[in-house]
Design a protein. Structure first.
Length: 254
């Protein structure tokens, strides 16, 4: 971790490898400052890691980076111990949270953090870049809550970019809160809802049996992507209802 006048710089890395005995080894599990990593009890061949927020943040001017790599044959599930809260802090600059994920051929990665809460006065931009091999498998969930109970949100920008076998399957941006383009909270946007999320699932079998597009109630939809992938986008009144919609969508894929 590095502490500068403009904020904190923190970096965490996870590398998962097939251990040759039917399980998954973690030769790299390294986090500093607010990005502490803990290995928890796995299931079968799957290794599990929890990201533990050891400090408040991200605050204004902070820059956090998390990288996770699943090599051929590895099975990795990454979650977080609690929600992440973007806060204003003493520095007035934008905070950044970068996620870099890599899933090799024959590997599987489940990226399932808890919600990101955009508190009033905060300014955070999140980027998630994912590379998936042609036979790799991915489950990626992103959930954002705009403001704590009874408060207006901060400014929140998010970009998800997923490539499968070198081809772009998804490149999506979202901007909410003060300073976001007009209409983000109108009828064509979130319509007053305060929880928004995406679920990206990549599976080789989707190439031959793609998932059909469909609505999930009035504020959620399943959309097949180019390549063996599907996107679920949802908005809800609160985090609990959002999670329920995304979980039900994931279960429907079998």
């Amino acid at each position: 971790m590095t502490t500068l006048a403009g904020g904190v710089r923190a970096h965490a890395r996870i590398a998962a490898r097939d251990d040759g005995r039917g399980g998954t080894a973690l030769p790299v599990l390294d986090g500093d400052g607010p990005l502490a990593l803990r290995r928890t009890r796995g299931s079968g061949a799957e290794a599990r890691v929890v990201l533990v927020g050891a400090m408040s943040g991200p605050l204004g001017g902070d820059h956090f980076t998390v990288e996770a790599e699943a090599a051929d044959g590895a099975r990795l599930r990454v979650g977080s111990a609690a929600a992440t809260i973007a806060l204003p802090g003493q520095n007035k600059g934008e905070a950044r949270y970068d996620v870099r994920l890599s899933v090799a051929d024959g590997a599987e990665l489940h990226w399932l953090p808890e919600q990101l809460i955009s508190a009033r006065g905060s300014d955070l931009h999140v980027t998630t870049h994912v590379e998936v091999g042609a036979t790799g498998r991915l489950v990626l969930r992103e959930e954002q809550v705009l403001g704590r109970a009874g408060e207006e949100p901060g400014r929140l920008g998010s970009r998800i970019r997923v490539r499968v076998a070198g081809r772009v399957a998804l490149d999506q941006e979202l901007s909410c809160g003060p300073g976001a383009p007009g209409g983000w909270d109108g009828p064509a946007g979130l319509g007053g809802l305060r929880a928004v999320g995406q679920l990206v699932v990549v599976r080789p079998e989707f190439a031959d049996a793609p998932v059909a597009a469909r609505m999930l109630g009035e504020t959620a939809a399943v959309m097949p992507l180019a390549g063996p992938a599907v996107l679920v986008s949802a908005a809800a009144q609160d985090a609990l209802r959002l999670r329920r919609v995304l979980d039900e969508a994931l279960e429907s894929f079998g």
